[in-house]
Write a protein that binds this ligand. Structure first.
Ligand SMILES: NC(=O)c1ccc[n+]([C@@H]2O[C@H](COP(=O)([O-])OP(=O)(O)OC[C@H]3O[C@@H](n4cnc5c(N)ncnc54)[C@H](OP(=O)(O)O)[C@@H]3O)[C@@H](O)[C@H]2O)c1
Length: 303
């Protein structure tokens, strides 16, 4: 049976998901509806992806959709869920990418028996090199999880984690692109300080980061082993590495992930405080079988 999908919020992340779904033929454009408040955004996705678009998420818009992807900003999510809660049926899957919004919060509005996945992608999904972690509630099945992994697999790497790890995921891969942008910027400045023209330094810096990441990913070897292989006694690399160690790059990056993880926890607590007891009467559907929490798994790209 053809998969019917609704994507609510078709901006950066929703737009990338639409791209991955259409390109990999997980669903056909005629079976996808993109719902977005912005006229520009609707025009863009209709032209690029050839999907139907609507300006607002209504009961009618999601009727008969197997998968409903929520890719609006976290502050918009409660209103969208409230709008949909009476219309959701057993068998429909909710996938939220809203940063910091716990599954329990979504369940508090729509009930515990609707399968809910929460995903934490990062911005390189827009160039199909994202890193995404997903977690699901007890109502989700292995087959549904495979579908969600397949969708994010079209946009890069996917891991399944327990929801309690999503703050750490946010601190590492969610915020990580910004750390790497900073490193690339600094490498460019280093090249310029050593006399290279900007364009040359930029090309070399970006490709060095890309190439090193590819070596780590494709070889599956420990980064320390790869590093050791390029350190010649008395050579240039050890001179550079010594400076990085002296100034604590390793420790700084560990602290950056730790600080961003702590901040993610704080923001999550604020969301919970701002929207306490959303649904005093969540919708009721028949219970589904219970499942053990996911063990961490790593999936390679699905192309
Ligand atoms: N960007 C990231 O790196 C990243 C990473 C991880 C998770 N996320 C999460 O992904 C979600 C989307 O982020 P994004 O960066 O893709 O945001 P975005 O580019 O602003 O996209 C959100 C879209 O939703 C539209 N919208 C607003 N209210 C709506 C409504 N009631 N119904 C339907 N559409 C509505 C917005 O239109 P208007 O512009 O007119 O408001 C906008 O086009 C957020 O929850 C964020 O936390 C983002």
């Amino acid at each position: 049976m053809a998969l019917k999908i609704a994507v609510i919020g078709a901006g950066n992340i929703g737009g990338a998901l639409l791209g991955g779904i259409v390109k990999s033929r997980i669903a056909l454009p005629k079976d996808i509806v993109a719902i977005d408040a912005s006229d520009d955004c609707r025009r863009r996705v209709a032209a690029q992806r050839k999907v139907r678009t609507l300006p607002a998420a209504t009961a009618q818009a999601i009727a008969g959709r197997n998968l409903i992807i929520l890719a609006v900003k976290p502050q918009i999510l409660p209103a969208v869920l409230q709008e949909l809660r009476g219309s959701l049926r057993r068998g429909q899957i909710i996938l939220s990418v809203a940063a910091g919004v716990p599954i329990a919060f979504i369940e508090s509005i729509i009930g515990k028996n609707i399968p809910v996945f929460r995903a934490m992608p990062n911005i390189p999904v827009v160039v199909e090199e994202g890193a995404t972690a997903i977690a699901g509630n007890r109502a989700t099945t292995a087959t549904q999880r495979k579908l969600v992994e397949k969708i994010f697999g079209t946009l890069g790497a996917v891991v399944s984690v327990d929801e309690s790890h999503l703050d750490a995921v946010t601190g590492l891969s969610g915020s990580g692109p910004a750390y790497i942008y900073l490193i690339i910027e600094a490498l460019i400045d280093g090249g310029k300080k050593a006399g290279l023209p900007h364009d040359v330094a930029r090309k070399l810096a970006e490709q060095t980061v890309l190439g090193a990441a590819k070596m780590v990913r494709d070889s599956k070897r420990h980064p320390a082993a790869l590093r050791d292989e390029v350190v010649t006694p008395g050579g240039t690399t050890i001179a550079g590495l010594h400076e990085l160690e002296k100034h604590g790059l390793r420790s700084t990056l560990i602290s950056a992930v730790e600080a961003a993880t702590a901040r993610s926890k704080e923001l999550g607590a604020q969301i919970a405080e701002r929207f306490p007891q959303q649904a005093s009467s969540p919708i009721s559907v028949a219970p589904t079988r219970r499942r053990a929490p996911a063990k961490p798994r790593i999936h390679s790209r699905v192309r």
